[in-house]
Ligand binder design. Structure first.
Ligand code: HSE
Length: 429
């Protein structure tokens, strides 16, 4: 066994970084045995050096992240700062100085993954980011390595714990969105500014990364259709229940049936209670991968939190260190299919539409005509009338998102339609 240690620079020492530092110290002997050489924490770059960090060696702490990655003796840089800058510049500098990089940064990988991979390739070093998608759940490596000989057609899952917690609370307690968000904030699931989670940015970044790896093509955050959960109401959840469904924020990446394009989207959707994703409660994540030979695989576990995310970081760190010792690198970017990403309008799915209409003769026929004129076939209609007004719930068969959008626009123009109260896609059937 080599006795000269592999040196690791840790950028960021928040909830994830502090767990990475702690595990590296407490599990040093096991890590050494698994890697085949000792692995040593050479420096920890932080913004606030005076903050007390239990179990983190104070003598390693520095505020000069750039100097740390430029040292020249660092084998692996672990970036757990998050956000685009300074993370991007620090990772580039790390590559320029010959270090491999392990990152948990979904926003950066979803935006600049191709450029980062190219820089790593040019320098003959590794770029790993298992922790960027769904915390502890192994997804990047299974897609990239275990399924490298198969053909993945679909990835469908819950990849954001905060929104799953909120929707789960709305489902179990009947609470409205704001009340459930307040509870998520009080319990530490939602951040003070919850925008990235509740507006679907976090899930969209993960969807972009998963789609790119699954379909061997380039997918960036901008390619992902994104809708958050802020418009989901208690009445949507109640409607879902009446249909034997629940509402989840889903990330869905699909290869088109003709195989010539892919789509990636994040939006709330109704799924039947019989679907395994319906039983994913609280802040857990779960992802289905459908591959031609393997069939349907399900990955489930904690998708956030310091310790679970540190587990994914450590797994990548061991891989990067092993490669370093073997003077090799792991798999880089695979984007050879060059499949284009189709717009949301091309997506085919089912829809649940709630309308407030006038309750008088011919209205149902008028509404049905609009659906038929746009080629959208109705599966079920439920009507409840009161005082000359009625609420209509229409569930469609499969239709394109473009056809459904045109249908809804036409419905809004009808005098007898007072309001299109909600539109939700129905998935997982
Ligand atoms: N905020 C994310 C979530 C975890 O709630 O799942 C980090 O991506």
């Amino acid at each position: 066994m080599r006795t000269r240690p592999l040196k690791v620079a840790l950028l960021g020492c928040g909830v994830v970084g502090s767990e990475v530092a702690r595990i590296m110290t407490t599990h040093a002997a096991d890590l050494t045995a698994r890697i085949g050489a000792p692995v040593e924490l050479a420096g920890i770059a932080v913004r606030r050096p005076n903050r007390v960090r239990e179990g983190v060696p104070a003598e390693l702490v520095t505020t000069d992240a750039t100097a740390l990655v430029k040292r020249g003796d660092i084998d692996v840089v672990v970036e757990v700062i998050g956000g685009i800058e300074p993370a991007r510049s620090l990772i580039s500098t790390a590559f320029e100085h010959g270090a491999s990089v392990v990152s948990a940064n979904k926003a950066l990988v979803a935006q600049d993954g191709a450029a980062l991979h190219a820089a790593a390739l040019e320098r003959g070093v590794d770029l790993y980011y298992e922790a960027a998608v769904a915390g502890a759940i192994p997804l990047v490596r299974p897609l990239r390595e275990s399924l490298a000989g198969d053909k993945v057609n679909r990835v469908l899952g819950i990849v954001n714990g905060t929104t799953n917690f909120i929707l789960d609370r709305m489902d179990t307690s009947g609470a409205g969105y704001s009340e459930a968000l307040d509870e998520a904030t009080a319990l530490g699931y939602a951040e003070a500014d919850p925008t990235a989670d509740v507006e679907g940015f976090d899930a969209a970044a993960k969807a972009a990364i998963l789609a790119g790896i699954a379909f061997h093509t380039r997918v960036t955050l901008d390619d992902v259709h994104r809708e958050g959960i802020t418009e989901v109401t208690a009445s949507d959840i109640a409607s879902a229940k009446r249909m034997g469904c629940t509402v989840k924020l889903l990330a869905i990446c699909e290869r088109a049936e003709d195989g010539r394009s892919v789509t990636a989207r994040v939006h709330p959707a109704m799924i039947p209670l019989s679907h395994p994703l319906a039983s994913v409660r609280e802040a857990y994540n779960a992802v289905f991968v459908e591959a031609e030979a393997a069939g349907r695989l399900m990955f489930y576990g904690p998708g956030a939190g310091g310790l679970p995310t540190a587990s994914a970081v450590l797994g990548d760190l061991v891989a990067a260190c092993r490669n370093r010792l073997g003077q090799t690198t792991g798999p880089g970017e695979s984007a050879y299919t060059r499949l284009p990403v189709s717009p949301m309008g091309d997506v085919i799915t089912r829809y649940h539409i709630s309308l407030d209409v006038a309750d008088k003769p011919g209205v149902l026929a008028q509404v049905a005509t609009v659906f038929s004129e746009h080629g959208v076939s109705i599966d079920t209609v439920r009507q409840q009338g009161k005082d000359g007004e009625a609420s209509l719930v229409v569930v469609t068969h499969q239709a394109s998102d473009a056809a459904l959008t045109a249908t809804v626009e036409a419905l809004r123009r009808l005098d007898t339609v007072r309001d299109v109260a909600s539109i939700m896609r129905v998935e997982g059937e």
